[in-house]
Design a protein around this ligand. Structure first.
Ligand code: ZN
Length: 165
């Protein structure tokens, strides 16, 4: 397995909607394995293809009891509300409080192209929303108020300047 380079904000690939996954072949399985490896090494709970420089609607996740690979993910229902800290490996894991749906249902395809649905609450629901957003070119800071977004950006720029991000 290979550790991949995690792309940081403000790379344009992070702001671009991914291409649909069409080939469910060995190279997709290899990508998933490498993305899991990269995510664990970075102590993340989710990683989208955009974050390793690929414009593809694809992510891996291992959060609480949910470990999955999702190709062409779609949130098909959401309800409730939660507010908690959220962070992103592409923004040096700097956290900021963000409101999200408390419960979501995700529809996606697995590595064989088989369609599946899964649901999550709390942190798992937050992660499903965060990673699906990545596939659509949306970062969690895009969902923050301008004030909170500036705080995260400022902290991030400081780390970049110090060579820590
Ligand atoms: Zn992220």
């Amino acid at each position: 397995m290979t550790l991949l380079k995690i792309i940081s904000y403000p790379a344009s690939v992070l702001a671009t909607t991914g291409q649909p996954v069409e080939n469910f072949d060995a190279s997709l399985s290899e990508l998933a394995a490498n993305m899991f490896e990269t995510m664990y090494a970075a102590r993340g709970v989710g990683l989208a293809a955009q974050q390793v420089g690929l414009s593809l609607r694809f992510f891996v996740m291992d959060c609480e009891d949910t470990r999955l690979v999702a190709a062409n993910p779609e949130i098909i229902s959401m309800d409730g509300e939660q507010e908690d800290d959220e962070a992103c490996l592409s923004l040096a894991s700097i956290g900021s409080p963000l409101k999200r749906a408390e419960h979501v249902v995700l529809r996606a395809q697995d590595l064989n192209g088989k369609v599946f649905e899964t649901e999550g609450r709390g942190l798992t629901a937050r992660c499903l929303q965060h990673e699906t957003d990545h596939c659509n070119g949306t970062l969690f800071i895009d969902r923050l108020s301008p004030l909170k977004r500036d705080i995260v950006k400022r902290k991030f720029r400081k780390l970049v300047k110090r060579g820590e991000a």
